[in-house]
Write a protein that binds this ligand. Sequence first.
Ligand code: CTP
Length: 408
Amino acid sequence: MQGKRILLGVTGGIAAYKSPDLVRRLREHGAEVQVVMTAAAREFVTATTFQAVSGRPVRTDLWDAAAEAAMGHIELARWAQLVLIAPASADFLARLAAGHADDLLSTLCLATEAPIAVAPAMNRVMWANAATRANVATLLQRNVQVLGPAEGDQACGEVGAGRMLEPLELADRAGIMLLGGGPLQGRRVLITAGPTRERIDPVRFISNRSSGKMGFAVAQAAREAGAEVVLVSGPVSLPTPAAVRRIDVESAADMLNAVLGEVDRTDIFISTAAVADYRPAAAAEQKIKKTSDRMDLSMERTADVLATVAARPNRPFVVGFAAETESVEQHARAKLLKKNLDMIAANEVGHDKAFDCEDNQLIVLWRAGRRDLARASKLTLARQLVALIAESYLVARTGIVQRGSALA
Ligand code: CTP
């Protein structure tokens, strides 16, 4: 970010107390940061604080004659290479979506040609409100990047989605935006995630312990790498990563249908879902009553979504996952060959490993090589995996291995 010019908008929310730290993180990366505060933001943090950490006078007012004489708001809008608004309150998202220009920050957003990113922070009910959802959808359509929010404890005492992302993560995401492009720019990536549910009767199903976290992290990482991302997800309780299109499904058959409906324009298919291998041969129409001491359930095989995609004539670059309890690498390599995959990411499961955990470790295999990705958070691993996939995809298309490539 050396020498990059970031305009940091601070709006009125309690998370504004973290924004001075964000300024410091951005400056540590070498960026120049000009802070613009709304009137409400000044109820939470003073301009003096931001001036001290940014090393620049803070701009607050569209009508400040002295500040306008030094650098007018249109010049300021041109100066910015990235506009980052953190925290972005529900009110500011609404005004941005509506195109208001009644204070300095909203005017700058309308007058700039730089990319805009917002880091929403608000009470979870305000975030879930249909009005906020509609505003965010409008902003996403206009290519505004929505960073977060995260889930967790809120200042209001509630727990849920609405926390501003941490300054460290926001600084990283700003860096990615400023680099522009990204290795998957212009590519379309289709990802499956989560478990499937196979119906036994109207109230019961067979499923597994997959939380979907790895697949959602891969979707976020692919989006950060510049790809257009479609995420086909089984039933999970996770928020959709920003600017990712999500299709919710329930059974293996639904997942196959959704994937086949999307796969045609796909460049890369990543199959992280823990798809059921068997389903009850016939789901009962009515709730099954207990009538005897034993009950036998007849099961039949489901379609293999990954193998079906890999067997298509004009198939995308195909990446599978393997969850194994023993001989991880050996079994995963056998799957790579059997299912005719381009790459497979294998992890050990069971004994409290991988499923429903925050972190993981992976062995990534392709025909000519392998790479160990050491234990880390699922998002860190997902970013490393996506970088490998992007390189490998390029090699598959061009036949050229870049010097210094991890694949060499
Ligand atoms: N997969 C799939 N559809 C299925 C089953 C699996 O798309 N019906 C995908 C998973 O998303 C994963 C990969 O296949 O990417 C590995 O699945 P796994 O069930 O571990 O492999 P199998 O070949 O079914 O082997 P196993 O006997 O270990 O179950």
